[in-house]
Design a protein around this ligand. Structure first.
Ligand code: ASP
Length: 405
């Protein structure tokens, strides 16, 4: 996977060179880019569907769901909302894409933005094809969550192992995603080549600004919001906690995968921070799957940036939609490299922004992915501390319940 990430950067560089020195092949670049984006679109629905269901299944049992599920989910929801609003606000204030204009391809999948009331009215697609096309992601999300809860609640009464079935589908989708990501350097080559031919090298400056805004947001979130949570809700030193989980944050940074860093985070959190095993083995695997604050923050900045360069207006209802769908898009993103940029398509289509806009930012996504992965892990460390506090140490047979610092 690391090689693919390096090849993605190579694909972007070759795309710039091809766009500058061989603009006559623009039709080839356009074809490669379109093939890639279309494949991504097909991936989103089954990926989000299976990832959400298995996320809920990992709650384990109804009693676990009752004991820790509610508290954990509330924490996840609040922190992801804070991250999404922070990203959105920074992007709206700094306007990284302002002054740079792109035109959507004539056949691009732009839908007119839906107001919240329209969304509620259209929440149920008229047929199965509508459901599978992912045109109403909100419905997909609700159905996935309900199926997950039903399996956890009634799984024992059904002879067919539904949990294993969905876990299998999820594993399969991860494999397919890896294939698509393996193809991504070629797709990115095409998208960047096409971008340079149609816009010239002027695209580079707004991209640098965009990266700056995402990084600023991540620094504020990781350096102020999470430490404040640790100080006020867990009553421990954020610096000491950061030192203890540093190996896992670095693993997340270098692999751009929360899943890859999970085993190290589990060990650090239990051994060094003295989080009870019950909390760690519940909150962390669930958290790396559905609590992706860095990803939600990045998705909001990316959405505003792409809207700006395509000249798509974002009224207040669209802003609310962006935050709501970003929460679910980050939940639906798998804990692997580039997952957040795939589910970004959910947000773009919900507010009427051309999905091909993802191609513009893909070439620079590697560094951002590394940073947001560490932030995702950092936030989940705090989640383990907060849930431990909220549940009180008596709630756990194996004792503990307090950060050692
Ligand atoms: N790579 C991130 C993670 O594993 C997900 C993302 O692409 O935002 O946490």
């Amino acid at each position: 996977m690391k090689n693919v990430q390096n090849t993605i950067i190579l694909g972007a560089i070759l795309g710039v060179l091809a766009g500058v020195f061989a603009p006559d092949y623009n039709h080839v670049y356009a074809f490669l880019g379109k093939a890639f984006i279309t494949t991504l679109k097909y991936l989103v629905v089954p990926l989000v569907f299976s990832s959400l269901i298995t996320g809920i299944i990992s709650l384990g049992s109804v009693s676990m769901l009752r004991q820790m599920g509610g508290k954990t989910l509330i924490y996840f929801l609040i922190t992801t909302t804070i991250a999404a609003v922070l990203g959105l606000t920074l992007a709206l204030v700094i306007e990284p894409g302002n002054g740079f204009v792109m035109h959507a391809a004539a056949d691009s999948a732009v839908q007119s933005p839906m107001s919240i009331s329209e969304m509620i009215a259209q929440i149920i697609p008229s047929d199965f094809v509508g459901f599978m096309s992912g045109q109403n992601m909100l419905f997909l999300i609700i159905v996935s969550i309900l199926i997950g809860i039903l399996i956890v609640s009634f799984g024992n009464h059904i002879t067919f192992p539904l949990d294993e079935f969905f876990e299998g589908v999820n594993d399969f989708m991860m494999v397919v995603t890896r294939w698509v990501i393996a193809f991504s350097p070629v797709g990115i080559f095409g998208l960047v080549g096409q971008l340079i031919v149609t816009t010239g090298a002027a695209a580079i400056i707004p991209l640098i600004k965009y990266m700056g805004v995402v990084l600023l947001g991540l620094v504020i979130y990781a350096g102020i919001v999470i430490p404040a949570i640790l100080l006020f809700f867990v009553r421990c030193s954020p610096i000491a906690v950061a030192r203890d989980v540093f190996p896992s944050l670095m693993t997340g940074f270098t692999t751009a995968s929360s899943a890859a860093a999970l085993p190290i985070l589990m060990t650090d959190v239990q051994k060094k921070l003295k989080i009870p095993n019950k909390v760690a083995s519940f909150v962390l695997p669930l958290g790396i799957t559905i609590n992706m604050d860095g990803t939600a923050l990045f998705q909001c900045v990316a959405t505003v940036f792409i809207a700006e360069i395509y000249g798509v207006a974002l009224p207040f209802t669209s802003l609310v939609t962006i935050v709501v769908i970003a929460i679910f898009a980050s939940i639906g993103a798998a804990a692997v490299p580039s997952a957040g940029i795939i589910t970004l398509a959910m947000i773009l289509s919900a507010v009427g922004i051309p999905i091909e806009g993802t191609g513009i930012i893909m070439g620079v996504d590697r560094l951002l992915d590394m940073c947001r992965t560490s932030v995702n892990l950092w936030s989940n460390t705090a989640a383990a501390g907060v849930v431990t506090r909220w549940c009180g140490k008596n709630a756990f047979e194996d004792g503990g319940g307090e950060f050692s610092n």
